[in-house]
Design a protein around this ligand. Structure first.
Ligand code: 3EB
Length: 352
């Protein structure tokens, strides 16, 4: 009796406290938050939680989770939590922890592979092969967004930078799996961590998203060979519409115009240029697809990867100038895929 009573009381008081918000927000199949506490908003199910920090956190949770060894630079606990107002089911198939609702599938792979070993490329290829087979077997065949994190991205092994080795393996996996594979490339990030495992996580959907390129940048999959034997396999952004909800996934975006890294050694100019690229993606997609995202004013969250912690203040100043005041920004120390790049940003816009 007491347990039942307590449960009812809990539910009721929670609804009261979040009543103003839930009255105006439509049920959403996919929502991203950067909460400072790990408790999800009541009424929503967690699709996945990613913790950022160099101390591994091991918790037994029903939902997929991972720890990514990127050091939070603003002192508060850093995590991203993906939630759903629709019912969610959970499972694990081989190395893939997953969750799914009616529209989206979220998957997480954590692999302890030594990046500085000959086996690394083979492992990356196998992980991607497994992801393609998995999303198709579950009938969520449309990959929308992928995150890739591993240590020592800028070190060389066997005569090639580890990021370029990663790109070679990933590209072969996409090519093996898809006809005209560049048409299927989802938005992505690939960022160097301070240690730990290779972590790959992804969002797939039952119906297709629209992959977008940036008018200011050469497509990454068409970069000239000076950047590596196989070009990076990602789209600059992906727009997903599901009912009234629009989600716009913006890939990791750096100070690259055309294919050239601009403003070497000037972190403030780099982040400003990266935000010019983000703005161009939002604006051009608004023009072509009549999205609800009209410009930088609709960008309400940003994940910022900074190579040197000492650059935080300079980066923050530019970010605060370019973004709306109440935007949620996560600053993480990590290595960018080209040695001369000091900062990279990514974002997810959601109309829900
Ligand atoms: C760039 O634009 C910067 O390899 O998945 C950004 C986003 C970058 C994704 C990836 C790499 C990737 O080339 C680096």
């Amino acid at each position: 009796m007491a347990v039942l009573f307590n449960r009812n009381t809990d539910v009721q008081s929670s609804h009261e406290s979040s009543g103003a918000v839930s009255a105006i927000a439509r049920p959403s199949p996919l929502r991203l938050e950067y909460p400072s506490s790990s408790l999800p908003a009541v009424g929503r199910s967690v699709l996945a939680q990613i913790d950022f920090g160099v101390t591994p956190t091991t918790r037994a949770t029903p939902h997929p989770c991972a720890t990514v060894a990127l050091h939070p630079l603003d002192g508060r606990p850093s995590r991203e939590v993906w939630t759903s107002d629709l019912p969610v089911t959970y499972g694990q198939q081989a190395d893939i922890q997953f969750s799914l609702n009616d529209e989206f599938l979220f998957g997480v792979v954590t692999d302890p592979i030594d990046v500085n070993s000959l086996q690394f490329e083979d492992r990356v290829k196998k992980i991607y092969d497994a992801i393609f087979a998995f999303v198709e077997s579950k009938r969520y065949p449309h990959l929308l967004r992928i995150w890739n994190y591993f240590p020592t991205v800028n070190s060389e092994f066997d005569g090639l930078e580890n990021y370029q080795r990663f790109c070679r393996a990933r590209s072969l996996a996409f090519q093996d799996h898809y006809d005209n594979f560049v048409d299927h490339l989802p938005s992505a990030s690939a960022v160097g961590t301070l240690g730990g495992a290779l972590v790959v996580y992804f969002i797939a959907a039952r119906s297709a998203g629209l992959h977008r390129e940036n008018p200011r940048q050469l497509s990454a999959y068409s970069y000239p060979p000076q950047y590596g034997p196989r070009s990076p396999s990602f789209a600059r952004a992906t727009l997903k519409r599901s009912g009234a909800l629009e989600t716009f996934f913006i890939s990791g975006t750096a100070s690259i115009v055309g294919h050239v890294s601009l403003h070497p050694e000037n972190v403030a100019a780099q982040v400003d240029e990266a935000l010019n690229n983000v703005e161009a993606l939002i604006d051009s997609t608004h023009r072509d697809q009549a999205t609800r995202f009209r410009g930088m004013q609709d960008l309400d969250n940003l994940k910022v990867y900074i190579r040197h912690p000492a650059d935080l203040a300079a980066v923050r100043e530019v970010v605060q100038r370019r973004m709306r005041p109440n935007a949620d920004v996560l600053y993480l120390q990590g290595d960018i895929c080209r040695a001369e790049l000091l900062v990279e940003v990514e974002a997810t816009l959601s109309s829900g």
